[in-house]
Design a protein around this ligand. Structure first.
Ligand code: ATP
Ligand code: MG
Ligand code: FE
Length: 339
């Protein structure tokens, strides 16, 4: 079965073709970063408009790339995300499904992020999954397709959002997360003492707004900051986020007893986080080692491949919902249908 995946929940338009037997056959992506950069954040109305413009062009490109005109099914992100942006993708999918006479499956965007490592091979279940993206930070127990338990989540900002806001305070371009990470490489992570939120308490929830405020005070104190001070601040901020994320992963693995950790979402591309988690995995003494599962770098952020994959898995598992499925700006992952 060949499944066309369509992603348009935020500021990326992504399409991909996934074969339930042969894997990923092709993918195309357009990022709207340059459209939103002048505003310092995603402008929902502009996002919707550009998805409308881009989707037919990308479909043509994918058809040429794969030589496949018509798939056997269509999987589309139906939430969570920006309502207008989601409606564009779902309407496009429904129109294609109608014209081609093929089923259209709604996919949960975060399930796409969590299962993206499967595009690289075997199903890594049961596992603990850390999802660290622009809009979400959560730890999920993953027992199988659709079988999830939320272990902890952020009480305020997402990790990616915190990176972007700190970067904005430093005067870096949008989205600043990866740029701040580059500055951090030249800095001393111990130069500034920034808080490690919620590490002093048990539990698996996260909070980043206090850290963001502490960062602002530290920055204000050294203004006008030299390049070295900025690099030191970036490194100190990154270290605080990374240490918090890694410690919560360690606790979640201990609590569930699972020995696999899936890391997904844009912040999963962060090198300092990857190196810290590698230490965690190899430092697991006297126990079965912890296996780390990452999507390939281009699948850490939004893409159509992860949506096509989930559609394919759900189709193969006989999990095909009614064609009048809703579009949801909010959609709890634990409510998903399971096998
Ligand atoms: P969601 O899936 O929650 O709706 P999203 O899809 O917008 O959010 P992603 O595309 O998964 O989020 O990730 C984007 C975020 O990842 C941005 O906040 C970006 O700054 C951050 N990010 C990307 N690369 C890095 C990096 N190397 N270090 C830190 N943050 C990064
Ligand atoms: Mg994005
Ligand atoms: Fe996303």
């Amino acid at each position: 079965m060949r499944v066309l995946g369509i992603e348009s929940s935020c500021d990326e338009t992504g399409l991909a073709l996934y074969d339930t037997q042969g894997g990923l056959l092709g993918e195309v992506l357009f990022s709207q970063i340059d459209i939103h950069a002048p505003y310092g954040g995603v402008v929902p109305e502009l996002a919707s408009r550009d998805h409308v413009r881009r989707l037919p062009l990308l479909l043509r490109e994918l058809q040429q790339q794969t030589g496949v005109e018509r798939p056997d099914a269509i999987a589309v992100t139906a939430g969570p995300g920006l309502m207008g942006a989601l409606l564009v993708g779902v309407s496009f999918a429904r129109a294609l499904g109608f014209a081609w006479g093929v089923p259209v499956l709604p996919v949960h965007h975060l399930e796409g992020h969590l299962l993206a490592p499967l595009l690289e091979g075997e199903a890594p279940f049961p596992a603990v999954a850390l999802l660290v993206s622009g809009g979400h930070t959560l730890l999920m127990e993953v027992r199988g397709l659709g079988d999830y338990t939320l272990l902890g989540e952020t009480l305020d900002d997402a990790a990616g959002e915190a990176f972007d806001k700190a970067a904005k305070m430093m005067g870096l371009a949008y989205p600043g997360g990866p740029i701040l990470a580059q500055w951090a490489e030249r800095g001393d992570p111990t130069a500034f003492a920034l808080p490690r939120p919620l590490l002093d308490r048990p539990g698996l929830d996260f909070s980043f707004s206090g850290l963001k405020t502490a960062f602002r005070y530290a920055l204000d104190k050294v203004r006008p900051a030299s390049d070295q001070q900025l690099a030191d601040l970036a490194a100190s901020f990154q270290a605080a986020v990374v240490e918090t994320l890694a410690e919560k992963c360690r606790r979640a693995l201990g609590q569930t007893g699972h020995r696999r950790l899936i890391v997904a979402g844009g912040v999963g591309a962060n090198k300092a986080l990857r190196s810290r988690l590698a230490d965690l995995a190899s430092g697991a003494r006297n126990r079965e080692p912890i296996a780390l599962h990452y999507p390939r770098l281009s699948h850490c952020t939004d893409n159509g491949a992860m949506i096509a994959l989930v559609g394919g898995l759900r189709l193969a598992g006989g999990l095909v919902p009614a064609p009048d499925f809703p579009v949801r700006a909010r959609w709890p992952m634990e409510s998903l249908e399971t096998r």
